[in-house]
Design a protein around this ligand. Structure first.
Ligand code: GLA
Length: 370
């Protein structure tokens, strides 16, 4: 039988003091329950998850020579996550609504709701205390899989409805991390859950990701205004720096003179995924290859969109788990999702979950080498 690895908070905390001392800006009822869990397969892949924010703190996979490397940005103590400058959402599950809702407001069934605003005039990633800053309950855990649950209260951060959320991380022998999201509600509410892991396939802290080659299976994207709110249009990417339909280095066109790149400070946009086949089966969304290590990340999802964000807000002030600083564009996120601001955009696929219905999505991060 495989050994189920559970490292107590004492190890996760390192030497930085008691959890409660650091919890000042988090609505944390029970810091004592925060633990670090390790999932593994038989191929040398390891994934570490904490029930604070349902955060993935580490993913270790081999390079083309078989050398293991940790390919995600993060910390080795919970204070790192709580106190991080600019709150980058390293590794976290984002909710109740991933990405932005314009002016923190939407109207649903004739009622207008005001959300907690935390990004200029907009609400970003669920508000001030989103799902990334709460302690989740561990419903089950073994060495392959962990299910985390959280109950978001009616009107928490301004959202209607008590929302029962479950996120399950499973590691397979094909070097995949499968993420299953599930939610039910007792009042109609917008829901858009995603995973905000920052990858650097060369290894966390190993510099810029601009040489990584990215393919996005998307012919269209959703341009934004200066506040990064979609305009509602979905133009074709052809002939623009947003064309990743064939793999190209992330850095190739990033400094082009293009209004959208100026607004995002680089890539920080949602792409409209090309879809084929069954709606409830994950389809290919993105592939990233790091020529230096040979590592390849493949993202598949049931979601209609993906936010490609290339760490434009990282600026070297954050120091990660191995002591290395996280410089500008030293990690990228591929956040599978519904489009930003959908509750205010009648032409986007709906994000409204109603009582009696079940929110169910799946995203798979697959690792290989070439
Ligand atoms: C998302 C947003 C970005 C930024 C990051 C977190 O990707 O689109 O603008 O807020 O999260 O720093």
């Amino acid at each position: 039988m495989r050994t189920f690895t559970l490292t107590c908070l004492a190890l996760f905390m390192t030497l930085t003091g008691s959890p409660s001392q650091a919890a000042s800006d988090a609505a944390v009822e029970d810091f004592d329950s925060i633990k670090l869990y390790t999932l593994k397969n038989d191929q040398g892949m390891t994934v570490k998850v904490t029930n604070y924010g349902a955060i993935i703190t580490s993913i270790t996979v081999p390079d083309r020579d078989g050398n293991p490397g940790d390919v995600v940005l993060g910390y080795n103590n919970v204070e790192g996550y709580i106190n991080a400058v600019d709150k980058p959402y390293f590794g976290a599950v984002v909710g109740r609504y991933g990405n932005r809702i314009a002016e923190g407001s939407f109207t649903l069934d004739g009622e207008t709701y005001s959300l907690a605003v935390n990004n200029g005039e907009n609400s970003l990633h669920g508000g001030i205390i989103g799902f990334d800053k709460v302690v989740w309950t561990v419903k089950s855990a073994d060495d392959r899989s962990i299910e985390l649950t959280y109950v978001a209260k009616d009107m928490e951060e301004g959202y209607p409805g008590n929302l029962d959320v479950s996120v399950t991380y499973t590691v397979t022998d094909e070097n995949q991390l499968v993420i299953d999201y599930h939610a039910t509600t007792d009042k109609a509410t917008p829901v858009n859950l995603t995973q905000h892991t920052y990858f650097n396939l060369q290894g966390e802290g190993e510099g810029s990701i601009l040489d990584h080659e990215l393919m996005l299976n998307a012919n269209e994207f959703t341009p934004v205004d200066q506040g990064l709110i979609p305009t509602g249009k979905t133009p074709n990417v052809e002939g623009t720096p947003f064309d990743f339909t064939s793999a190209k280095p992330i850095g190739r066109d990033i400094d082009d003179d293009h209004e959208q790149l100026t607004f995002g400070g680089g890539y920080d946009h949602n792409w409209v995924l090309n879809k084929s086949g069954e709606a409830d089966a994950p389809t290919l969304a993105a592939r990233v290859h790091d020529p230096a290590s040979g590592r390849v990340l493949t993202v598949s999802t049931t979601e209609p969109g993906i936010q490609f964000y290339c760490g434009n807000f990282l600026d070297g002030r954050l120091q990660g788990k191995s002591g290395k600083t996280y410089g500008h564009r030293s990690g990228f996120c591929l956040e599978t999702q519904h489009y930003p601001d959908s509750p205010n955009q009648p032409n986007f696929p709906s994000t409204i979950l109603r009582p009696g219905d079940t929110y169910q999505t799946q995203t798979v991060f697959g690792f290989s080498t070439k």
